[in-house]
Design a protein around this ligand. Structure first.
Ligand code: NAD
Ligand code: DAU
Length: 346
């Protein structure tokens, strides 16, 4: 793989993947990113520019996409509207980017016969009961709950159809919740870390019993790179690191690691339609490609992540107040007042 086009490479996981490729491959990388509120070129700071070319543009721009795909050996497609809370407030950009954007890329890889890897989410499978021993597998039926996850499910279906109908060499990976450096402060873990750094009490939706299956973003990157190189076109791979924990437990870990009392947080109104539990069975990926996660200790990974946010306020401070204002607006639109921290300050 010589030339890789990475869509969404200025976002959280895309930027970490670009960093992974710079370190673990000799590929030339082109990033295509629209720099929405979630994209940040600073996430690519310090990288070797002789191997990295950045194009600011939209994945729904067919002529632009066509030219970039024509020059690539493979496309790894991360670009998306990614945040459930935003999708409940304004679903339209999710349809445009996640569905029409993926369609636009598929038409280009079809024309130019370029290998395609589609990054997706475990949320396409809906949720599991808290006491259900089952976990998601590659054959679990799709049952998405939110506007975000339904548009991701739609994009997965497009990828499968373009593979079967037009012979596009495509793989899909559905991964669980990522954490690590360069994650936008709207997401659960960085929101709580940066609240605490601002002297603001963390916000836990509902009772905090909802379970997420946490994986370090570096492990997501290593799995994706294995699939791009050695995965079988037409297949779906589930990526997970056996990291199930409920939100309250994760928050208590963060509070403890940051020297706070375990009860120093506020319960706020629950997210509408809030998925109860995600859990990934990644046996197929492990057995077929020999992949395994390097980060197996969530507390150690969280400590490293807290340290990163403490050391790099220059990266996140600019987005914090606007993000908290957006939470206030979203809560007001739902008729609840308690989910945000107006102004992002104490
Ligand atoms: P993110 O919101 O941090 O980044 C998304 C990036 O896509 C941003 O840089 C943004 O500018 C760019 N983008 C958005 N719309 C675009 C458009 N129309 N054209 C070009 N670029 C556009 O998202 P993330 O958390 O890094 O997620 C990346 C991918 O991984 C998504 O497809 C998401 O569904 C998937 N995923 C995320 C997680 C998670 O825990 N965050 C887990 C599993 C899968
Ligand atoms: O499972 C993979 C998915 O994980 C990805 O597809 C999504 O792109 C990604 O955003 C993430 O979705 P979640 O909705 O699970 O992530 P989020 O960080 O928004 O929330 C994680 C959990 O924490 C969820 O149960 C809601 C809860 N939460 C979130 C926020 C922002 C809180 O309790 N308080 C908060 O302030």
């Amino acid at each position: 793989m010589k030339r890789i086009l990475v869509t969404g490479g200025a976002g959280f996981i895309g930027a970490n993947f670009v960093r992974y490729l710079i370190e673990h491959s000799d590929a030339g990388i082109t990033v295509l990113d629209a720099l929405t509120y979630a994209g940040n070129l600073q996430s690519l700071h310090g990288l070797d520019r002789s191997r990295l070319h950045v194009v600011v543009g939209d994945i729904t721009d067919a002529p632009l996409v066509d030219g970039l795909v024509a020059d690539a050996d493979a496309v790894v497609h991360f670009a998306a509207e990614s945040h459930n809370d935003n999708s409940l407030f304004d679903p339209r950009p999710f349809l445009d980017t996640n569905v029409v954007g993926t369609y636009t890329l598929l038409e280009a890889v079809r024309r130019h016969e370029v290998r395609f890897h589609h990054i997706s989410t475990d949320e396409v499978y809906g949720d599991l009961e808290l006491d259900d021993p089952a976990r998601f597998t590659e054959t679990t039926p799709y049952n998405p709950s939110s506007p975000y996850s339904s548009t991701k499910a739609a994009s997965d279906m497009l990828v499968r159809a373009w593979g079967r109908s037009f012979g596009v060499r495509a793989t899909i990976s559905n991964c669980s919740n990522n954490y690590g450096p360069y994650q936008h402060v709207e997401k659960f873990i960085p929101r709580q870390i940066t609240n605490i750094l601002h002297g603001v009490r963390p916000k836990l939706y509902g009772t905090g019993a909802n379970v997420r299956d946490w994986i370090h973003v570096e492990d997501h990157s290593s799995a994706v790179w294995e699939i791009v190189n050695r995965g079988t076109p037409g297949k779906t791979y589930l990526i997970g690191a056996d990291g199930e924990k409920n939100n309250r437990e994760v928050l208590e870990l963060i509070l403890g690691l940051m020297g706070q009392d375990a009860a120093a947080f506020d319960h706020v109104t629950d997210r509408p339609g809030h998925d109860l539990r995600y859990g990934i069975d990644s046996t197929m990926l492990r057995e077929e490609l020999g992949w395994s996660p390097a980060h197996r200790d969530l507390a150690a990974g969280l400590a490293q992540t807290i340290d990163w946010y403490r050391q790099n306020p220059w990266w996140w401070e600019g987005a914090k107040a606007g993000t908290e204002d957006r939470y206030v607006q979203q809560a007001a639109a739902r008729g609840t007042e308690d989910a945000g921290t107006a102004g992002g300050g104490a």
